[in-house]
Design a protein around this ligand. Structure first.
Ligand code: ADP
Ligand code: MG
Length: 226
């Protein structure tokens, strides 16, 4: 994915993105059209069609939402933020979904994490996606640990799940647009994470063992004087 944003590949990458986006949106549109035609013909009018149509519309909506980050104007406002507070708001947001899946989220936060210059909205989006991925990787429940540590290179936020893990052959594809192993996945979340963390001059490191779990590290650099 870092390669993906390399300047020389930029035009090619934009073309691939556009083609992928068109494809991903055309699929649900085609199926919506099909259902409307069936209903228009008056042959059938089943309630369940509405559910399918609504979920196809939701799908288009989530694809477009994840793309907005990529399309946003380059300048976003960076301000000193408390990453732990942002993390806590994300945990609150996803706690119900985690509980439904028998997942406990444990926060282990070092006492003095300095403020970090960042875009709160974007970092929140990154944390949401990483935590959602962790939850989605644990269909049988378990514990997700979130650790915040001050390191020399910056602030480390580590998400440790006990999920399905990532296969070796899938590793190189992480962050590639539309790469997903989920039936209802968009495959855009990690691409968005790499883009945002790259804009923050930070780092993403992923370690995973199949059937054991995944550790997802995000390092955000400290600016002078923080
Ligand atoms: P999506 O969640 O829509 O599939 P993402 O870009 O967020 O798209 O993730 C891409 C893929 O990376 C997932 O489909 C999954 O295969 C893999 N992945 C990401 N995070 C994890 C994780 N914590 N555990 C296992 N697999 C993961
Ligand atoms: Mg995701």
């Amino acid at each position: 994915s870092e390669d993906f944003y390399r300047k020389a590949d930029k035009l090619n990458a934009v073309g691939q993105l556009a083609a992928g986006l068109a494809h991903e949106i055309r699929n649900p549109l085609t199926s919506l059209r099909g259902f409307l035609q069936i209903m228009q013909s008056g042959r059938v009018n089943k309630e369940e069609y509405f559910d399918i149509m609504l979920s196809e519309i939701d799908r288009i909506n989530s694809i477009v939402n994840e793309f907005l980050v990529i399309a946003r104007p380059y300048q976003t406002s960076f301000q000193k933020q408390n990453l732990v507070r942002i993390l806590q708001s994300v945990v609150t947001l996803l706690e119900a979904q985690a509980a439904l899946n028998n997942i406990e989220i444990r926060m282990e936060v070092e006492a003095r994490i300095p403020l970090v210059e960042c875009s709160e909205m974007e970092i929140k989006q990154v944390f949401v996606n990483v935590l959602k991925n962790a939850i989605e990787a644990m269909p049988h429940g378990g514990v997700i640990r979130i650790i915040a540590l001050l390191q020399e290179s910056g602030v480390l936020i580590r998400f440790i799940d006990q999920g399905v893990g990532i296969g070796e052959n899938q590793f190189p594809r992480l962050g590639e647009p539309f790469f997903t192993t989920k039936e209802k996945g968009t495959g855009l979340g990690l691409m968005m994470c790499y883009k945002i963390i790259g804009d923050h001059k930070g780092e993403i490191n992923i370690n995973s063992a199949l059937h054991e779990g995944t550790t997802f590290d995000i390092i955000l650099p400290l600016t002078d004087g923080s």
